[in-house]
Structures are given as structure tokens and as C-alpha cells.
Write a protein that binds this ligand. Structure first.
Ligand SMILES: Nc1ncnc2c1ncn2[C@@H]1O[C@H](COP(=O)(O)OP(=O)(O)O)[C@@H](O)[C@H]1O
Ligand SMILES: [Mg+2]
Length: 350
């Protein structure tokens, strides 16, 4: 990997859960991000993938200083930026910009596109002196493939894809080195998603950008990512290069996510095993002990408290290893009484 521009160590964000109105008592915590490590090289793209609620946006917000971490460090060019304030913080923030998920709600409907894109210059006038702004904004419109004459239009006059181009132009305004894009195409039509991803790909080489590119499924980030990190319940469970993650995934969760990615080739599709995860994602206020994926892991061996003989399979079916009697946890059917699984004897721990 190239020299790291961002290094994240043991990053934690816990939101306190309180009870009572007058005397707010803390009764627990939402462990939204629970010990995340990664590095981002100059000009590199790190994809971060995981189901809704696993903590992706919280990581993004901490990277751009919209949220303060509960613990851990974020180093930008070697300096821990979680402890900065004032002028030093402002200088760093300029270099790490964010593109938001929903281009329909993230653009102020009362501002013109020119004012939206040029707004960062109010905070950093040194980048574009007042008289120069209109020209700079028009250049940015051109760079993201929009007509520079649209500068006085309002967000509602644009389509979803065009709005996300506006969001990207705004992210570029201060010429950052890192862009954190939080599900930048998730709200867009499938037909438009590729166009926006291609645009971001082109801008990356044009401006030498490093990306943290967040998505909730593996198919979107494949094309653009150099490396992919898979998140589950506030942690990264597996990180790897394109080939490692897509051809040789090792974590059962990555394997399950990957098995849900559409395969265009019908022959390959036929030979593929589809892993269906049963059960809900556990609440981040109550994270399972041991391997946090064990309650949904299709490889976890569960044992019945009394007999010690049940095991789960990928289909969510529990089978008695001795008698072959079974019961499905999904449909409740089967020829044996519901076993009470006790997990944690041999899980696919990593
Ligand atoms: N301000 C907050 N207060 C309390 N809980 C929060 C807050 N923001 C996010 N969470 C919780 O943290 C978890 C992770 O959220 P988020 O980072 O938005 O996940 P993702 O972006 O992966 O969908 C969720 O359970 C969410 O409900
Ligand atoms: Mg999110």
C-alpha cells in the first residue's frame, strides 16, 4: 500500500442510553462503532461494506469530525486529529470532505446550486477569493459533468443523479485529499449508479483523491475499490484486496454477503451456493459474547444444553447428529422438538 494518509486505530463510538427526564440516568450504551482499525493510502479507495446499522455512517462522521470518538485515534499524515481544535482542526477538515448518502435531503432546497457548491469557501476564503468564486463554481459544475450555466438553478430542478453530482462538486470545492462517500449511490436508480461511480473513478485520478467508499452491498464497491473492509456490528470482520474478498472470502459473513451478489453468467449462477442468513442483526446495545456473528453464523456449531448434539446448517436447519431428526428455525417444521441452542463452543472465530 502507498504511504497511508489516514490511519484509524481502535476507533470507538458509544452513544449513552439514558432513562428519565429530570435525572437522566445512563442505563447502557449503543455500541455503534466498537473497535475499528484500517489504513487508507494516498490515492487509494477503501470500500466499507456492511448491513444497515453496522456503524458505517458513524465511522464516516468521525473521519470528517462530525462526531467525536469515544475512544481510539484517527491519524491524518501521522497526526491524531481527534484531539485537534481551532485553527489546526480547520486546516485538517479542509482536506477530508464528505459526500452524503441522500442527495434529495442533503442539499438545501432554498439555496442555488452555485451557493451550495461555493458555501465551503465562506469557511475557507483563502481557497477562492470572493470575486473568483462564481468562476470556480462553474469550473466544478463542468468537472462533474453538469452545464456551468445551471449555477443559478435550485436543487429541485435536477434529477437524483445530477444532485449527487452537485454533492460531489461541493465535496471537491476545497480540493481535499480524502473524500468520505457515505453510500453515495444507494439512493439512486440502478441505471444511474454506475454513471456516478464512473464519475468518482475519473475524479479520483484527475485530482489524486483517496476515497473511503461506503456501501451496503458488495457489488457496488467492487469496481472502484482497491481494498474492501467488511463491517458487522461495529467491527471490521474481514479486510482484503479485490481478489481476496471476491474470489477467496474467508469470513462466513463475507461469504454470505457475497452469495447475495447477482451473478450475470447463468452457468456460474447454477454452480453457486446461496447462503441465506437467518435471524436479525443483534442490537448494538446488546452485542453477543464471543464472536459477535455467532448468532447468525451458518458455520457456528450449536450444542443443545442437554444432549450436546444439535448443529446448525446453512439453511437454518438444526439436525441431531445422531438420529438425523431435524427442525427448521425458519419455518418451524421438522420432526423433533425445538432445540435450545447454546452457542459458543466452536464458532468461526476470527
Ligand atoms: N446519535 C445516535 N444516538 C444513538 N444511537 C445512534 C446514533 N447514531 C447512530 N446510532 C446507532 O448506531 C448504530 C450504527 O448506526 P449507523 O452508523 O448509522 O449505521 P449504518 O450507517 O451502517 O447504517 C445503529 O444502531 C444506530 O441506531
Ligand atoms: Mg449509514
Amino acid at each position: 500500500m502507498a504511504e497511508p494518509i489516514l490511519e484509524v486505530r481502535d476507533l470507538v463510538k458509544h452513544y449513552p442510553l439514558t432513562q428519565g427526564i429530570l435525572f437522566r440516568k445512563q442505563i447502557g450504551a449503543v455500541r455503534a462503532v466498537d473497535g475499528v482499525d484500517f489504513a487508507l493510502g494516498r490515492g487509494e479507495t477503501l470500500g466499507i461494506v456492511g448491513e444497515s446499522g453496522c456503524g458505517k455512517s458513524t465511522v464516516a462522521k468521525m473521519l470528517v469530525n462530525l462526531e467525536r470518538p469515544t475512544g481510539g485515534s484517527i491519524r491524518y499524515k501521522g497526526e491524531d486529529i481527534t484531539r485537534l481544535s481551532g485553527r489546526a482542526l480547520k486546516a485538517v477538515r479542509r482536506n477530508i470532505q464528505m459526500v452524503f448518502q441522500d442527495p434529495y435531503t442533503s442539499l438545501n432546497p432554498r439555496m442555488t446550486v452555485g451557493d451550495i457548491i461555493g458555501e465551503p469557501y465562506d469557511i475557507h476564503p483563502e481557497v477562492a477569493p470572493k470575486g473568483d468564486r462564481r468562476r470556480k463554481v462553474q469550473e466544478l459544475l463542468d468537472v462533474v459533468g453538469l452545464n456551468p450555466e445551471y449555477v443559478n438553478r435550485y436543487p429541485h430542478q435536477f434529477s437524483g443523479g445530477q444532485r449527487q453530482r452537485i454533492g460531489i462538486a461541493r465535496g471537491l470545492a476545497l480540493r481535499p485529499e480524502v473524500i468520505v462517500a457515505d453510500e453515495p449511490v444507494s439512493a439512486l436508480d440502478v441505471s444511474v449508479q454506475a454513471q456516478v461511480v464512473n464519475l468518482m473513478d475519473r475524479l479520483q485520478s484527475e485530482f489524486g483523491l483517496a476515497y473511503v467508499f461506503i456501501a451496503h452491498d458488495l457489488s457496488i464497491v467492487r469496481h472502484i475499490s482497491d481494498r474492501v473492509a467488511v463491517m458487522y456490528l461495529g467491527r471490521i470482520v474481514e479486510t482484503g484486496t479485490d481478489t481476496e474478498i471476491y474470489e477467496h472470502p474467508t469470513h462466513p459473513y463475507t461469504q454470505a454477503l457475497l452469495s447475495a451478489v447477482p451473478v450475470p453468467d447463468p452457468e456460474a449462477r447454477e454452480h453457486r451456493e446461496r447462503i441465506i442468513l437467518t435471524g436479525d442483526v443483534p442490537s448494538p446495545t446488546n452485542i453477543p459474547s464471543g464472536c459477535r456473528f455467532r448468532t447468525r453464523c451458518w458455520k457456528a456449531r450449536g450444542t443443545d444444553a442437554e444432549t450436546g448434539r444439535w448443529r446448525s446448517t446453512a439453511t437454518g436447519r438444526w439436525t441431531d447428529a445422531e438420529t438425523g431428526r431435524w427442525r427448521s428455525t425458519a419455518t418451524g417444521r421438522g420432526d423433533m422438538a425445538a432445540p435450545r441452542p447454546v452457542y459458543g463452543t466452536r464458532t468461526a472465530v476470527r
